[in-house]
Design a binder for this molecule. Structure first.
Ligand code: URA
Length: 211
């Protein structure tokens, strides 16, 4: 069995914390395993729990639109969560649940080796900042800013933005989220595209002369 299949099987059968008792299904990440960009949310909601796939509910619809707005298809990127099982009633995941689940995310990062990680919402942001040894403050102060980070030996550009679910409730946040995607994330991608080893697109001769 390959590394990926082993990881997915382990996640699906995981009973390391109490969330297994109330979940319908665990939700591993999905998308391109060769992607330069990884989006990390908080935890599955009701729809994700039913379907066993991340970001398939209303927040997922918005995330898919945002991904498309920067020129990608959903299947071109990798999408996952900090915690792989739905906390009952969509409560916040506890510290213990996050800590228990983190090794799965670290393995996903190790396998995908993204160049950019986008943390969606404060739980994902503070967890990823902490994994990178960076100080997290709050979303208002840090959203849309790019940090050089190393997580599990993988060097990435780390950027946090608001959670699409929060943006569905607060139109002001939706504007900020759209701006983060269309300015900060888009700029970051075009910068990274110019660097060697970008997997998403072959460099052409023009890229070399257009600096
Ligand atoms: N919210 C998340 O954080 N993750 C999902 O997969 C769905 C909603």
């Amino acid at each position: 069995m390959g590394e990926w299949s082993r990881l997915i099987e382990e996640i699906k059968n995981c009973r390391k914390c109490g969330l297994y008792a109330s979940r319908k299904q665990a939700v591993p990440g999905e998308g391109s395993r060769d992607s330069d960009i990884m989006f990390v949310g908080e935890a599955p909601g009701a729809k994700e729990d039913e379907q066993g796939r991340p970001f398939v509910g209303p927040a997922g619809k918005l995330l898919t639109q945002l991904i498309e707005s920067i020129g990608y298809r959903r299947e071109d990127v990798y999408i996952t969560n900090i915690v792989k099982c739905r906390p009952p009633g969509n409560r916040d995941p506890t510290e213990d649940e996050i800590e228990t689940c983190i090794p799965y995310l670290l393995r996903e990062i190790d396998l995908v080796r993204p160049k950019i990680i986008v943390a969606l919402g404060r739980h994902a942001a503070r967890t990823l900042f902490s994994l990178a040894g960076l100080k997290w403050r709050n979303m208002k102060a840090l959203h849309g800013r790019v940090f050089d980070a190393e997580i599990n030996g993988v060097k990435v550009k780390l950027l946090a933005t608001y959670h699409p679910a929060a943006a569905l409730y607060y139109p002001k946040l939706k504007n900020i989220l759209e701006k983060d995607f269309n300015e900060q994330i888009r700029n970051l991608i075009s910068k990274i595209r110019k660097t060697a080893g970008f997997k998403g697109e072959q460099r052409t001769l023009l890229d070399y002369f257009s600096k």
